[in-house]
Design a protein around this ligand. Sequence first.
Ligand code: BES
Ligand code: MN
Ligand code: ZN
Length: 506
Amino acid sequence: MNITVTRGSLTDFDCEVLLVGHFEGSKVPEGDACLLDEQCDGIISELIDKGDFEGKLYTSSVLYTRGSIPGQRILIAGLGKKEEFNLEKLRGIFSKAAQRIRSFNITQVATSLDFGETGFAIEDMARAAAEGALLGLYRFTPYKTLEEDKKGEINEFIIVEDRAGLLEDISKGAQTAEIISRAVYCARDLVSTPSNDMTPSILAHRAGAIATEANLKFEALDEAAMGRLGMNALLGVASGSAEEARLIIMEYNGGGKEDRPVVLVGKGITFDSGGISIKPSEKMDEMKSDMAGGAAVIATIKAAADLKLPLNVVAIVPATENLPGGRAYKPGDVLKTMSGLTIEVKNTDAEGRLILADALTFAKKYNPAAIIDIATLTGACVVALGDYLVGMMGADKELKKEISSASDATGEMVWELPLWHEYDELIKSDVADIKNAGTRAGGTITAALFLKRFVGDCPWVHLDIAGPALLSTDKPYIPKGASGIGVRLLVQFLIDRSQAPHVSHP
Ligand code: BES
Ligand code: MN
Ligand code: ZN
């Protein structure tokens, strides 16, 4: 779907459907709904007067203009109560409206953002509306071959605005939304792809193609190269699989030569069977999504480049399968990490922290301004926070604040769990320096404490996305399946950081 911005009025815009909004409780149509109502002999006010449309959030009604204006239909979308309106609601409103319009097999929509006074900046409104429509219309269809599954698509989404002074801001918002939504689509596609078509080497190949397109530096280390670096924790996890592991490295240099980069590290387990500590078969299929953190950082660095952000970013993805093969690593094994620290393997299903240990050590080579890792790391995080929230842990207050504010702006909500150092006891090992699994209780925190051992004193935040990475039910603008969680959060973090430059010189 293309998003365009045009000067004009909806009342004389020739289009299959005109999308406008109405606040719950408002007695008369406002903004552009009012203009359409005047041209169409009061059809909208009649609908409201008769009580047939109340403006409740996410509802909508279709009206036929029958020649009174060039637009053939009006879809009036409920905006909910005015005092509860915000940008997160707006994303959902445009998603639901766009989904309904698509279900009518309509291919072209014209809309306006004039709902009367809302108190939000027009650029933010345009971005949220366009993002909501794009994200809500996502479908993953490469494996669908049957005719009945090939439903229509909206090709054109036109934002129409009469006030010339607003056009530039609206265009800016829509363009940002398009770039970010494309990146989210890219992450969702990578995660949705089944693991037989998303092996570590295929993931590396896809990342390479994205890098070429976005003009990024790219490298993928093979197992021999990782061996030379001493990444034996990562290689230990990889040993049970016939597929070779990869360490994917992408670099975007939009900042100065001396600027320390933000390094993003994403867990890239392309399938997590649990290994020798094998998982129950029920829902094991969902573990194709165990590279969602990796997909998020690949998509984020692509968006950073497409937005031409003035800062340096590195994305690192340790990618491997976790399978129980004849050469697989086993409970009780001791692995020597790239950092030199030794790890006793208590459970081969706690593989994420092992591959991240070596990836984080590798990340420190870049002398980062900050390291953010993102991973579908613990089932305990799903138990604690459910499928809306990202678990956030870290010792750097400033960095956590930046992430929280990006979270508020994007609706990708994070909730902090404490790095409670008393729990360090739980990952002490009798035979090695540390072990990879503590007790069940506090599992998200002990996983983060484990990672902390590998970041040293670099400002660092860990994001556990085990809950929201793969959804079993629809959300207002996130269809069920791979959510692309983390992309909008991390991109917003980078946007904000590039606008308020940090002391980032060595
Ligand atoms: N990939 C899983 C975590 C996960 C669980 C993600 C559910 C998404 C949904 C991770 O590798 C894992 O298996 N973690 C174990 C750790 C335990 C053995 C210490 C877990 O959470 O059970
Ligand atoms: Mn696991
Ligand atoms: Zn895993």
